[in-house]
Design a protein. Structure first.
Length: 485
């Protein structure tokens, strides 16, 4: 007769729900916690919530060829809806802390360059077509291959350049830095404040916000960025109620008359996929060049953002590759399609996601928070858009510093790397464009390698993309040569 089997001790039962979510998003594996992900999701939302105000202003202020304008309320709904849906899809499908919404710059191209040539439906159809073509590039593996072909030092330079770029965005959005009007007859393009000095209560809120944020970061306080945003918003509301302030910019920090407002989905589905090709007075060459410009801007803006955010979050592997890159790029392409189909302009990955990463986000779980807040914004827009730029912008300045620290990994003694890296870093903030910085770096890298007799070291995809950038930078004379202007 055999001895009775011993009953082994079983491990304590843990919460299946929490464990399954943790495993799915790999939260613990990436060194994060639910608290960090939630705080990061809030921080990302508050630093990019301005798009709920700005996108309707940009698109709503333009007229199409027939003089029609888009409704601001409908634009707000479309902007929030696309941001909510695509941010959540990116979180679940791509598992990166990377939020998406209507792309600034791209929406200006749609409003002021494309719409005046055709109807709004035709213009949004071009956006849908651009997104579909980007998805084709992803499915064929070309978009991912281009990203893998970039040398690691250039990827690090892209991250550093983006850091300076978003810090500059923070300074400009808050009014700490402003453009000097051309009428001033000066070669200096920007200045301190609006008149060369810092003045006004909104500026005080921004400056105190920067000091509070960097102080909390220096002390390694958990939730530093979010604490700063909430604290400065509360202070701004108090100041606005007591002081006579002419303008806070896009968002006034005052308690709204009503907390809930019904969304208006009237613009959803209003697009004509191939209508632009038959638009009166618009040639096929012009349409093709417009699509090319949209694709190139979207392609490399996203590439820079994905690499920069992943690097800052410590998610790049030993070869500098982004996890789940194929799915991430496909979702980003689908976001462009969704943006056009909703008449919200092309949606793309947001560099402001770096605020969430700075708060500790490392997974797509934070996107559920950010996307959920955009979903709430469909109904709670009056409440969720009371955060003034002066309260949110300090987060961008602080995150710019965090991303700048990667500059130490670049070998500045190797000119074949250092010069392209420098141009990548400098051109981004100086031209207010991620795409321009990447293009300048690529072209410099190819030229220098060729001059040094080491052209064979350049991946053939970098040759191809550099050629495209050459066309991109010379688009104006090319349009004139082809009779598109």
């Amino acid at each position: 007769m055999s001895e009775p089997q011993q009953v082994t001790d079983r491990p304590p039962v843990k919460e299946a729900g929490a464990n399954s979510v943790d495993r799915f998003f790999r939260i613990s594996e990436r060194g994060s916690t639910f608290g960090r992900e939630i705080r990061g999701g809030f921080a990302t939302f508050f630093t990019m919530a301005y798009i709920l105000v700005l996108n309707p202003i940009i698109l709503g202020s333009a007229k199409d060829k027939s003089g029609h304008q888009l409704d601001a309320v409908q634009l707000t709904t479309a902007t929030a809806l696309v941001a909510a849906v695509m941010t959540i899809i990116m979180g679940v499908g791509g598992n990166l802390p990377l939020a998406l919404a209507a792309g600034l710059g791209l929406n200006a191209v749609v409003a002021f360059q494309i719409a005046p040539l055709m109807s709004w439906d035709d213009a949004m159809g071009l956006i849908v077509l651009e997104g579909l073509l980007i998805c084709v590039l992803v499915v064929t593996g070309l978009r991912e291959a281009v990203m893998h072909a970039i040398p690691q030092p250039l990827k690090q330079a892209i991250s550093v350049g983006i850091g300076l770029f978003i810090a500059f965005i923070g300074f400009v959005d808050a009014g700490f830095v402003s453009r000097i009007p051309d009428a001033a007859n000066t070669t200096v393009p920007v200045q301190l404040g609006g008149t060369g000095t810092l003045a006004g209560w909104p500026m005080l809120v921004f400056c105190l916000g920067v000091l509070l944020t960097i102080g909390l970061l220096a002390r390694k306080v958990k939730g530093a960025i979010l604490i700063s945003i909430v604290t400065m918003t509360a202070l701004a509301i108090l100041i606005n109620s007591l002081a006579d302030i002419k303008s806070w910019g896009l968002t006034t920090p005052s308690w709204p008359d009503k907390l809930v407002d019904a969304p208006d989905f009237g613009l959803i589905g209003h697009f004509d996929l191939f209508g632009a090709f038959g638009a009166p007075g618009v040639g096929v060459v012009t349409v093709v060049l417009l699509i090319f410009t949209l694709i190139l801007s979207d392609f490399f803006d996203t590439m820079g953002t994905v690499v920069g955010i992943s690097a800052e979050a410590g998610l790049l592997d030993e070869d500098g590759k982004v996890p789940n890159l194929g799915r991430v790029l496909l979702i980003d392409g689908a976001a462009a399609v969704a943006g056009g189909a909703a008449s919200a302009s092309s949606a793309t990955s947001y560099i402001e996601s770096a605020a969430g990463v700075g708060e500790g986000s490392r997974t797509g779980f934070s996107n559920l928070v950010t996307g959920g807040l955009f979903g709430l914004a469909l109904f709670l827009t009056p409440l969720l858009t009371i955060v003034p730029l002066q309260a949110a912008a300090p987060a961008l300045v602080a995150v710019g510093f965090l991303m700048m620290t990667q500059v130490k990994h670049i070998d500045w003694d190797r000119y074949d790397i250092a010069i392209p890296a420098f141009l990548t870093i400098a051109v981004m903030p100086f031209t207010y464009s991620i795409t321009n910085g990447i293009g300048a770096g690529f072209l410099a890298y190819v030229v220098i390698k060729t001059v040094l007799g080491r052209a064979k070291e350049v991946h053939w995809l970098l040759w191809g993309t550099s050629a495209l950038f050459l066309v991109y930078f010379a688009i104006d004379p090319i349009e004139q040569l082809l009779g598109a202007k």
